[in-house]
Design a protein around this ligand. Structure first.
Ligand SMILES: [Zn+2]
Ligand SMILES: [Zn+2]
Length: 211
């Protein structure tokens, strides 16, 4: 066989392999590769509250920067060390964040007339709120205990049969029920729920005439 013909055949075989390789990274395959790479930074910054909230579908609560490392190691995220370091680096560049538990002392909850925060878990709709302070809890027994110990409230019903007059009037409990509320943190010291206004109330407010 002529040497030049042999070289031609070898080159032809190599070029066919190159074409095959290019085909294997066609746009269709490429999009599959991108899809399996996790979103690098699941946190969003709520600057009004100086916190970051994890937007992971099973999370939706605030995480302190010092806990980001362990949060991303959790099975819900299962980030690799390099990915965690990248996220931590990005978070470290955000100015003014509350960094740790001590810093949380300066954290202020939204006013009870505020609408729900969409980035947090959807509001619970069945809580009880003290009318004398911002305390919100889920059990009647606990709100009674709170009112007794913090506000020196006395449950008249616990003192035997009430008078005829008292039986005719509905007792005024120092709490309200079916309150909508959300939670920022899962851990102490700010893991408590805070009241938000109902969605209907938001709609009503939006309908107010703009005078
Ligand atoms: Zn998360
Ligand atoms: Zn109270």
């Amino acid at each position: 066989m002529d040497a030049s013909v042999s070289v031609q055949r070898v080159w032809s075989r190599i070029s066919r392999r190159i074409i095959g390789f290019v085909a294997s990274i066609s746009p269709a395959n490429h999009s599959i590769i991108i899809a399996i790479i996790p979103i690098m930074n699941p946190f969003i910054h709520l600057s009004d509250y100086r916190v970051i909230v994890c937007t992971g579908p099973q999370c939706k609560y605030a995480v302190l920067p010092i806990h980001v490392d362990s949060h991303l190691s959790d099975v819900r995220h299962n980030y690799k060390k390099e990915q965690q370091e990248q996220v931590i680096k990005e978070i470290s560049q955000i100015e003014g964040l509350i960094q740790d538990t001590r810093g949380l002392e300066s954290f202020v909850f939204p006013k009870s007339t505020s609408p729900a925060i969409p980035k947090l878990n959807a509001p619970k709709t069945d809580r009880l709120k003290c009318q004398l302070c911002e305390y919100v809890i889920c059990h009647r027994r606990l709100i009674q205990e709170h009112c007794r110990t913090i506000h020196r409230w006395e449950n008249e019903r616990g003192k035997g049969r009430p008078s005829y007059k008292k039986r005719q009037t509905t007792p005024e409990w120092p709490w309200i029920s079916r309150v909508y509320c959300q939670q920022f943190f899962k851990n102490r010291p700010k893991q408590g729920f805070f009241k938000v206004i109902r969605e209907e109330a938001v709609d009503e407010r939006d309908l107010e005439p703009d005078i």
